[in-house]
Design a protein around this ligand. Structure first.
Ligand code: MN
Length: 130
């Protein structure tokens, strides 16, 4: 079964790069360039995992994650944060929201894929290991 990943990121070059890496690994990839679009697509498509950039043009990535976590159907979706630099309070907020991994750009292909594999595996196990 192919997992669907929603990538919320405003930088088109970063989107192209990550999309390519994920698709080569067999994932289906949905893209949102703003937090608002990301929330809309998450609701409509119920992806298996979210990859979220923290600096988005409309609403901060953490606010997007907070809204995901508050939503009964979306709350269990694993979330991986991607950022070029962590600001004061980012790591605390990351932990408080129960995100699965914190990846700093520039991204290393292996690091991203490993974090995704692990998060999807954990999510499947908490839904009942098979
Ligand atoms: Mn950004």
């Amino acid at each position: 079964m192919t997992a669907t990943i929603l990538y919320i990121e405003d930088n088109p070059m970063q989107v192209d790069l990550v999309k390519h890496v994920l698709e080569r690994d067999g994932y289906e990839v949905l893209i949102a360039f703003t937090g608002t679009d990301g929330l809309e697509i998450a609701l409509a498509e119920q992806p298996d995992l979210l990859l979220v950039d923290l600096r988005l043009p409309d609403i901060p990535g953490f606010d997007v994650i907070e809204r995901i976590r508050e939503h009964p159907e979306l709350a269990p979706i694993p979330v991986i944060v991607m950022t070029a630099y962590a600001m004061d309070g980012d790591r605390e907020r990351f932990l408080a929201l129960g995100c699965n991994a914190f990846i700093t750009k520039p991204i290393a292909r292996r690091e991203v894929l490993n974090a995704i594999h692990l998060a999807l595996q954990n999510a499947r196990c908490s839904a009942g290991c098979d």
